[in-house]
Design a protein around this ligand. Structure first.
Ligand SMILES: Nc1ncnc2c1ncn2[C@@H]1O[C@H](COP(=O)(O)OP(=O)(O)O)[C@@H](O)[C@H]1O
Ligand SMILES: [Mg+2]
Length: 367
């Protein structure tokens, strides 16, 4: 199924647009469909429209145009509490005057669930996040990580099929954040719930998700599993936004099916895979990941174009070596090599030749 088609999708956005002021569109043309049980992350810079999309799905904002469907049914006119969606926000939003157990009981009361049933579900949800002993405390008596766990339990307590999370780990320190990333994905898969997760942290997006939707300027730039996003970016925004990336600018001089030839602005030639260039004479930005650059000529294909490079800086990082080069007038060309017993440590000041396989070098739009 194409990315945009909704078919038997569990969650679907169809040609959704959103304007807050009636003039500018902050969500421009959103088409997205998710199967049940998927963990999908919306990743993008601040202001790119992620929270707005989540709020429309939750029902706290209305779409200006287009349709949002849940399990095949349009939910545009269904109020938030009837959508059966759990939500977790960055600032926890726990009620400070209620105990933990009362916080969890609240969404059940709203749904008119009886007392005995409520107590059972609250206990179960607290056990799920390993907070069974904390039901009597107030939020202020908990650490940030514990509060976040309670917020998660509260989103899960009424057993929603869909849970939305908006930067839920943003306030936690690195170690706790990584631990919670692991807990959230585990729990989601165990319970078989569908999750839409929002973050601006690419590592979080890559490590947690089945698929990632990269947002910029109110549009999805690419929607793909983490490995495809990193290895096969479809445009120069995605190539720049995800992971470390070297870019060289030039003009397409020949199209040869699977490969194209690019003349860099510095005058040198290279081979690349045409991604979103199609014509000779078109300007392009070629993109090469630091770990795909080769300076051992034996490992390159016969006849492959190579570029001259000057070593500017060698940084020992333990597991890897990070070397900065001057390549085709670019002083920020980085290569990464694994610290293996036979690996060469490049000397600053030395002149080398570098190359790569054309499939690792992607000719993208000029940005
Ligand atoms: N309630 C609102 N009223 C008016 N403009 C808003 C509102 N919420 C968000 N915006 C604007 O919409 C754009 C997208 O915001 P948002 O969806 O919060 O992005 P993100 O979550 O990706 O940072 C931004 O330009 C923001 O200023
Ligand atoms: Mg946001």
């Amino acid at each position: 199924m194409a990315d945009g088609a909704s078919g038997d999708a569990f969650v679907a956005f169809e040609r959704v647009q959103k304007s807050y002021d009636g003039e500018t569109l902050v969500v421009k043309d959103l088409n997205l469909s998710m199967p049940k049980g998927e963990f999908l992350t919306m990743l993008g810079p601040s202001g790119s429209g992620k929270t707005t999309c989540l709020m429309m799905l939750a029902g706290f904002e209305t779409a200006t145009h287009g349709e949002i469907k849940l399990d095949g049914i349009s939910i545009n006119n269904i109020p938030p509490h009837k959508r059966g969606i759990g939500m977790v926000f960055q600032n926890y939003a726990l009620f400070p005057h209620m105990t933990v157990a009362e916080n969890l009981s609240f969404p059940l009361e709203v749904r008119k669930i009886g007392k005995a049933d409520r107590e059972k579900k609250v206990k179960h949800a607290l056990d799920m996040v390993q907070m069974g002993a904390f039901g009597g405390r107030r939020p202020a008596q908990l650490s940030g990580g514990q509060q976040q766990r309670i917020a998660l339990a509260r989103a899960l307590v009424f057993e929603p099929e869909l849970v939305l999370m908006d930067e839920p780990l943003g306030a936690l320190d690195k170690q706790l954040r990584e631990h919670m990333q692991f807990e959230i994905t585990n729990l989601a898969h165990q319970l078989g719930i569908t999750v839409v997760y929002v973050t601006h942290d690419q590592t979080e997006a890559l490590t947690m998700s089945d698929r990632v939707a990269v947002f910029n300027d109110g549009r999805i730039q690419q929607l793909a599993p983490p490995d495809a996003l990193y290895e096969k970016p479809q445009n120069s925004f995605v190539a720049q936004f995800i992971g470390e990336n070297n870019t060289l600018e030039g003009v397409v001089t020949a199209m040869k099916g699977d490969t194209c030839e690019v003349k860099l602005d510095s005058g040198e030639m290279l081979d690349a895979t045409p991604v979103n260039v199609s014509e000779v004479g078109e300007r392009t930005r070629v993109s090469i990941r630091p770990e795909r650059v080769e300076f051992n000529k034996d490992r390159l294909k016969e006849g492959a174009h190579t570029l001259k490079a000057e070593v500017l800086e060698f940084i020992y990082m333990g597991d890897i070596f990070r070397t900065r080069l001057r390549v085709a007038g670019n002083d920020d060309f980085v290569i990464k090599t694994r610290n293996a017993p036979d690996q060469v440590r490049l000397e600053p000041g030395s002149q080398i030749e570098i190359g790569w396989l054309p499939e690792d070098c992607r000719a993208l739009d000029a940005g």
